[in-house]
Design a protein around this ligand. Structure first.
Ligand code: ADP
Ligand code: F6P
Length: 322
């Protein structure tokens, strides 16, 4: 016996590649178990407007490979008020919906947590390129975003090497340096600047200058937007060394395109898991995969915990970038 008979799914906050694969998994898994599913348009904004529609097997056909989200996403200030949250819960109750899957980042998790406190059975799925949600090794979209950055750095390297230049690449990550860390390690960047670790611009500039003098033909600096802007770092390097790095701000390109197989598989496993947990009567949890194992953690704990930064990988990247 399932604890839920009719559930809804929404995507919220910044989109990420693999959100569609997660929506597909939620819908197909629920239908497989005989549970009705509604899609909510435009996240919590659509919820407040009662903008819901029934989803069937075909409504999620041909989307596993698509970036973006077919449910659309939004940021909704009204939902941040207690009145807005009451209204959201009321809409779901009026429609006889007894479970909700929220796919989004930390802000969306806050919204999911508030709804669960109002008695709505809610499960969160970590959909953000930033990989800043704790209690999961990776978030849906992170792998694709890192691949995009690595591909861009490969291209930049070609032209930087020809001209014996330095390149500063600004990547996303408002409060989190995971994209910079993984992309930096995978692309052999000389310097990785993240919000979690203080950086010494004098030492960075000096090292770049010394490395060029010692025969290095290019220098790649990856900076997470939350630590500094690419232009800022380039200007500081120029004023100290005379080297004029070229700056590339990758911006929203990192949030688009077809998800990698890792993101599709992560999204598929997590979407199915969220449905099964709802069926078992679970609520107020965020789903994740840690060391290959599916886990559900209290959303309250998730929203009150900062994801630890992987200093071991950061130090490895430093050691290898001589
Ligand atoms: P993300 O989920 O990508 O971190 P946001 O931080 O913009 O994106 O959050 C998405 C939406 O989640 C917000 O527009 C708002 O509707 C809802 N939300 C964010 N924080 C809260 C909160 N503290 N309480 C209730 N809802 C919230
Ligand atoms: O999804 C998270 C994120 O990618 C951050 O790294 C970035 O700062 C932010 O979204 C920008 O999103 P938007 O332009 O949609 O506000």
């Amino acid at each position: 016996m399932s604890a839920v008979k009719r559930i809804a799914v929404l995507t919220s906050g910044g989109d990420s590649q693999g959100m569609n694969a997660a929506v597909r998994a939620v819908v197909r898994s629920a239908l497989y178990h005989g549970i009705e599913v509604y899609g909510v348009q435009r996240g919590f904004q659509g919820l407040l407007k009662d903008d819901l529609f029934p989803m069937d097997l075909r409504s999620v056909g041909d989307i596993i490979q698509r970036g973006g989200t077919i449910l659309q996403t939004a940021r909704c200030k009204e939902f941040m008020t207690p009145e807005g949250q009451q209204r959201g819960a009321e809409v779901l109750r009026n429609r006889g919906i007894d479970g909700l899957v929220v796919i989004g980042g930390d802000g969306s998790y806050q919204g999911a947590y508030k709804l669960s406190k109002l008695g709505i059975r809610t499960m969160g799925l970590p959909g953000t390129i930033d990989n800043d949600i704790p209690f999961t090794d990776f978030t849906i979209g992170f792998d694709t975003a890192v691949s995009i950055v690595v591909d861009a750095v490969n291209k930049l390297r070609d032209t930087m090497t020809s001209h014996e230049r330095a390149s500063v690449v600004e990547v996303m990550g408002r409060h989190c340096g995971y994209i910079a860390l993984y992309a930096g390690l995978a692309s052999g960047a000389e310097t990785i600047i993240v919000p979690e670790v203080p950086h010494d611009i004098d030492a960075i500039a000096q090292r770049m200058s010394d490395n060029f003098k010692a025969g290095k033909r290019h220098s790649i600096v990856i900076v997470a937007e939350g630590a500094a802007s690419g232009n800022e770092i380039a200007e500081q390097i120029t004023s100290r060394t005379g080297i004029e790095p070229r700056v590339t701000v990758l911006g929203h390109i990192q949030r688009g395109g077809s998800p990698t197989h890792n993101d599709r598989i992560l999204a598929s496993r997590l979407g199915d898991f969220a449905v099964r947990r709802l069926m078992e009567g679970d609520s107020g949890k965020g789903c994740g995969i840690i060391n290959g194992e599916l886990v559900a953690t209290d959303i309250e704990t998730i929203v009150n915990t900062k994801k630890p930064f992987d200093l071991e990988l950061y130090n490895l990247a430093l050691r290898l970038s001589q």
